[in-house]
Design a binder for this molecule. Structure first.
Ligand code: ATP
Ligand code: MG
Length: 408
């Protein structure tokens, strides 16, 4: 079964609200194994909604229309569907009573307008779940089907989960599950990764069980998403596991985690697993590392403390007067972090220093037992990028030190 989604509402086109309904429905269709190739947004205009609906019915077996089931004059979804079905709207007395009862339960009179919500295209069914005043609709058109659900996200979700998806599954007969797994990487850009994976991607293109997509995600690194379709969850997991192994072999230690892992969750877990504690002094990152490290549940066991010195004299005092250069300074900050907080591991990001080319230089360092490393990087002047790039790069380098076979 191919099913597409039409979101109705002029506000969607004007950018006044974001069409989260279509994204959510898309996700549900995917995990139910139902193919969904198009999503349309259309304003509250009868001609254009009808045009979108006819086009969708031409190329798909089912259509979910969301929005425009409200009581006001611009809510015209039910009228348009009746028109496309070539039938009249019929006022359903049971729905009138139901809607009236909802108002009475809240101690209010029902506005005359709401009667329109009791109008149903002749031959259509209503959706059993009705959390609000708008009934959802199931409308057969030839051998195809149109579902209409309200735009209010909670009402929409209840009807899609309660009626639309089970109905689509029953229609499709085929039971399939689509799922994906994300490999989180840090250290290479999109073209670098594409080069590493080029051969594998063309193998998969020529009849593989999975597909691969890249998603550049700033401070979250570059995500490599593996997607596969299978008969059931066990088979799906097996395909994803196998593909993950193939990709990990090609990507090596560029992969720092999967799915919901973040760089900081991975670092904190690695430290916790080794019984090591961490302390941080961050100058250029101004609290970015502290924020990221402190949202993870494991942080209180592992993170002894962080220091965000802003005053230059304080940085000098912490780094010690004898430092040779920026990198040596960062190293001394990392040692100071470790010593002041009595931690096993110290990491530091030094101050932002002007560099020759007009950009800036930032030094980073870590100390782990007898091992230590300090290095610096040149960046353009962009505060957010400097914070994210140096912060995550430092954590990533510490990860490489802590992960087997490198460490302890
Ligand atoms: P009703 O539930 O009365 O039928 P409706 O279907 O006409 O409502 P709207 O009146 O257009 O829907 O929107 C109601 C609420 O739902 C608004 O808060 C709007 O922000 C939200 N909404 C509508 N469409 C979407 C969408 N595609 N994605 C996310 N939110 C939406
Ligand atoms: Mg609307």
């Amino acid at each position: 079964v191919r099913c597409e989604v039409i979101a109705v509402g002029t506000e969607l086109l004007l950018g006044q609200i974001v069409d989260t309904n279509s994204s959510w429905i898309g996700e549900q269709l995917a995990s139910a194994g139902i193919d969904s190739h198009f999503q349309t947004k259309v304003g509250d205009n009868a001609t254009r909604i009808a045009e979108s609906l006819r086009q969708a019915l031409d190329r798909s077996d089912a259509v979910i229309v969301c929005g425009g089931l409200g009581p006001t004059h611009d809510d015209i979804t039910r009228d348009v569907i009746a028109n496309v079905m070539g039938v009249e709207l019929v006022r359903r007395e049971d729905l009138v009573l139901k809607i009236r009862a909802m108002f009475e339960a809240r101690g209010r009179d029902m506005p005359e307008n709401n009667l329109r919500q009791a109008d149903v295209p002749d031959g259509a069914d209503t959706i059993a779940q009705q959390p609000g005043t708008a009934p959802g609709l199931v409308c057969p058109i030839g051998d195809k089907i149109v579902y209409a659900v309200p735009g209010v996200p909670s009402e929409m979700r209840e009807m899609v989960l309660g009626t639309v998806l089970p109905d689509l599954r029953a229609r499709s007969g085929e039971v399939a599950t689509i799922g994906s797994r994300v490999l989180r990487t840090w250290g290479r850009g999109e073209s670098g990764l594409a080069e590493l994976l080029a051969d594998r991607i063309s193998e998969l293109d020529n009849g593989g069980k999975a597909t691969i997509a890249f998603l550049a995600s700033g401070a979250e690194g570059l995500k490599v998403r593996i997607t596969a379709k299978a008969r059931d969850q066990a088979e799906l997991d097996a395909v994803l596991d196998a593909e993950e192994q193939v990709l990990r072999a090609l990507l090596g230690d560029l992969v720092f985690g999967t799915d919901d892992d973040t760089m900081e969750s991975v670092i904190l877990d690695l430290l916790a697993a080794r019984g090591l504690t961490l302390a941080v002094i961050e100058v250029a990152t101004g609290g970015y590392l502290t924020t990221r490290l402190s949202v993870h549940a494991a942080f209180s066991d592992v993170l002894r403390g962080t220091l965000i010195p802003c005053d230059e004299d304080l940085v000098d005092e912490l780094a010690g007067a004898r430092r040779a250069d920026a990198e040596d300074g960062a190293l001394r900050l990392a040692e100071a972090a470790r010593d002041r907080f009595g931690a096993d591991v110290g990491i530091a990001v030094g101050p932002v220093l002007p560099s020759a080319g007009g950009g800036v230089t930032v030094a980073m360092a870590w100390v782990v037992a007898e091992e230590a490393k300090a290095w610096s990087t040149s960046l353009p002047i962009d505060v957010e990028r400097i914070r994210q790039y140096t912060g995550i790069t430092l954590l990533n380098d510490l990860r490489l030190q802590l992960e087997p076979p490198f460490c302890c």
